[in-house]
Each structure stands twice: as C-alpha cells, then as structure tokens.
Design a binder for this molecule. Structure first.
Ligand SMILES: [Mg+2]
Length: 453
C-alpha cells in the first residue's frame, strides 16, 4: 500500500464530444443522431497522481453537465484522499446533501455530475493503491465493501449486516473466480455494434459476420420502427449467427405499456431473450405488467440505463419487473451506488447486464461486471461490447478471441482519455457549438437551419 496521502489541490472540467452521428453509431428509434459526449473532470493533487472521472451525455446538454460538475467539484478541493475513502458511503451521502439537493436529489443532471466527481475519487484511490478499480474492490473485506454503500432508503430490502452476510457466503469460492478474472474468463461479451438502427442491410450482415468471427454468441438489435423491418433485421441474425444465438431487442422507451405488450407478442416466434426499455424508464409498475404479460411468450424485460438511483432499482426488483438489471455506470452515483444495486440484484437473483453502449462505458463497466462476478453475485452474466472509440482511451477495453471482456490491468478506473485527443474533441464546443448541439448530422443540421432562417 502506498504510504503518502494525496491532497486535491485543483480541478479541470472539459466538454468532450465525438461526431458519432456521422456513422450512425448509437442510433435508436428515439434518437437517430446522437453525439457521444463526456463531461470530463480531472482532480489534480499535490502528488503526480490525477483522479479522472466523467459522466456521459448524448451531445446536446453536455454543457449543462459540465456546469453541474463545476458546481460540485470545488467541494472536494483541499481534501486528503484518505478523508474521503475511509468511509466512502458517507462521502457519497455528503455529495448529495446540502443546498444542491433542491435541484433534484439523486437524479437527473446533478446525479450525472455527482457520479463524475466520485468516479474521479475512485480512480484516484485505485491509482494510489496501484490496482485496477475492480481489484481494489474485490480485495475489500465484506465489511469494507459494505462501508462504501449509503444504505439510506434501502434497509427495508437489505441492511448492512445482511450485505456482509451475503458477501461472506461467497468468500470461500472467491479465489476461483479471481483466477477466472485474471485469465479473462469473468465477463462474456454481447454485441450491439451490428444493431444500430441507421445501418443498411448489407452493413448489418457484414457487422454480424465480423461479430461471429470475434466469438460473440449474444446479439442485441434496435427495434420498434415497424414489424416488417424488425423481422427482416432480426432474421439476419438467425441467418448469420444460427438458431443458437441469443437475441435481444432494444426499443429505447418507445411504447406505451399496452403497445409494448401487443408489439412484442407478434415477435414471439423469433425467440427473443428480452426486450429492453419497452416503455418509460420511470414506469416501474408498467415494466412489471409488461413482464407478466410477456412471460407466456417467453420474452423477458430489461431496463436500467435511465434508472436514476438505487431506490428505483429497489422498486423494480420488488415489483418483479426485470429479467436483467441494466444499470448504467454513469446514471447511478458512481461505484458506491452501483455496489448497492449489485447487492440488491444478487439478493433477488436477477442478473446484472450493465448498459455500456456509449464512448468509454465498456471501459468502466468491465470493472463493474468483474466486481459483480468475483465479489457480489458470484455468477457470470454478460456485458455489452460496442467497438467504437476505444482508441481514444488510455486504458482501452478489449475482447478476447473467445468473446470475453479482457479484465482491466491498468491502475485506476480506466477513465482517462488520451491527452492528445482533447484538442480534437473540444473543437465542437464553445463558439463552434452555439446551438448546443453539433451541426454535423443531417438531423441537427436541419435544426440549425431552422434556427438560423
Ligand atoms: Mg439500450
């Protein structure tokens, strides 16, 4: 263990954006032209270590995220690392307390910004211990891990003592799972890159062939813009990947509850594991009803990338609304709150399949899924792998030839974007971005023309 104790002395916030809409990356039925963007925070210390954390947006609004980070980040300037990490659950609670709570407690853009701030602390902590984040957490005792969680609002479902008991039960077999993690056999990957809505038929076929050659067995496609088109596109997966491939569809909050049930029933013959985000992410009882109605058709329900906090996940689980918990590493309040959702999911026996469809998310989530497997649920699940923009990151995510995520090895939380990328990624912000969104995609160019004319 390192003996020094870094003090945070200053911070930098950057508005980083990639023109992903040009290649239809991330295109879905509710958002045909998104630009992957990060509100990016660096905490400078009185040592050589920098703590880096960020949160994600889809382009427009990233300036709001950056403003929120600038509002929260000064709270931790002057603090020693150990004063924050000695009780991380309490640190999380402090970050969501005070005057700022009125702005919308533990949800929305403030939640994203708090996540960025705490991600930077987790990154700094792991770098200071010279461990990748997943290893830092997996080396915790059950008591240490539970101390990172703020249990406020959760104790009707899980208490700290129960959490410790759950984790202790897995301790005996932990070394086997740790070995699997070190051999890159902890987290199987599933493919989304073939499934963006903007791809042509030929592009989908080519991307599916590529994904098959990379060892993928699970595929997720965007759907919901028409039964005919969905049947054709899902048919490509069966054509290229065969009947044993596991199929999932994602409709990104498109439908009302009854509409979701009726539409998905008609696709039942395609053998779909789950439909993702069938309706509003806030509609806990709606998800529960959809799941119940689709059960006879053997179609499950998944959601989570827009579920704002542990309380909503608690209710989703209580309402038996989910077959997969798709937590988002940026939407929740950093590793602290993620650990609480991993713990509750393990208690309810629902697999965690994190959302990682945006720039840098695979980098972060490969830590999270490894923690879940080694230390919390003890069970293998799957994790989304998209193949875009890894080259921009200092510790990029990879997959093995047999379709597993490579377990991170670099100390920290894999948050760092390469410095040489900053100039390129900041070019579309500030004055170049006067309309709040980039004007490169056909959709946003149209909006810009309307505003100008
Ligand atoms: Mg999704």
């Amino acid at each position: 263990m390192a003996t020094d104790d870094p003090t945070i002395v200053s911070f930098t916030v950057r508005d980083l954006r990639w023109p992903t809409s040009l290649k239809n990356i991330g295109s879905d039925p509710m958002n045909l032209a998104g630009e992957n963007a990060l509100g990016y925070l660096q905490y400078h210390t009185d040592t050589a270590l920098i703590g880096t954390g960020w949160s994600f947006s889809n382009g427009q609004g990233n300036e709001v995220l950056c403003t929120a980070i600038r509002s929260l980040a000064p709270r931790l300037v002057g603090r020693k690392l150990s004063s924050l990490t000695s009780n991380m659950g309490e640190t999380q609670r402090q970050m969501v307390s005070g005057q700022i709570r009125f702005m919308s407690p533990e949800r929305g853009v403030l939640q994203l910004a708090t996540c960025a701030v705490l991600n930077a602390i987790w990154d700094l902590w792991a770098k200071h211990e010279r461990k990748p984040l997943w290893r830092l957490v997996c080396d915790f005792s059950p008591e240490e891990l539970v101390r990172c969680i703020d249990f406020r609002y959760l104790t009707d479902v899980v208490t700290p003592d129960e959490g410790i008991e759950m984790l202790k039960r897995l301790e005996a077999s932990k070394s086997e799972r740790l070995r699997a993690a070190l051999e890159n056999q902890a987290v199987p990957a599933y493919n989304t890159s073939a499934g963006w809505l903007g791809h042509s038929d030929d592009e989908i076929r080519e991307l599916l062939k590529l994904a098959m050659s990379q060892g993928f067995k699970h595929f997720k496609l965007k759907a919901g813009l028409g039964l005919q088109s969905d049947r054709k596109r899902l048919g490509f997966v069966r054509e290229v990947a065969g009947k044993d491939a596991i199929l999932m569809v994602d409709v990104n909050q498109l439908w009302d509850v009854d509409e979701a049930i009726e539409y998905m029933k008609t696709l039942a013959d395609l053998d779909i594991w789950f439909v993702e985000e069938p309706t509003s992410p806030d509609d806990i009882l709606g998800h529960s009803r959809i799941r119940k109605a689709l059960k006879p058709y053997k179609i499950g329900v998944a959601t989570g990338e827009h579920v704002n906090n542990r309380v909503m996940f608690k209710q989703m689980l209580q309402a038996e609304a989910l077959d997969a918990v798709q937590l988002d590493a940026l939407r929740l309040c950093s590793v602290n709150e993620i650990l609480s959702v991993l713990l509750m999911s393990a208690k309810f026996g629902v697999p965690v399949v994190p959302h990682s469809g945006g720039a840098g998310m695979v980098e972060l989530c490969s830590h999270i899924s490894t923690i879940d497997f080694v230390a919390v649920s003890g069970k293998k699940s799957i994790l989304e792998y998209t193949d875009h923009l890894h080259e921009a990151f200092a510790a990029p995510a990879h997959i093995t030839e047999d379709g597993y995520h490579v377990t991170p090895t670099v100390p920290g939380y894999s948050c760092e974007v390469k410095e040489q990328e900053f100039e390129l990624l900041e070019i579309w912000t500030g004055e170049n971005n006067a309309f709040g969104s980039m004007a490169r995609s056909p959709e946003s160019a149209e909006i810009m023309t309307m505003v100008v004319s």
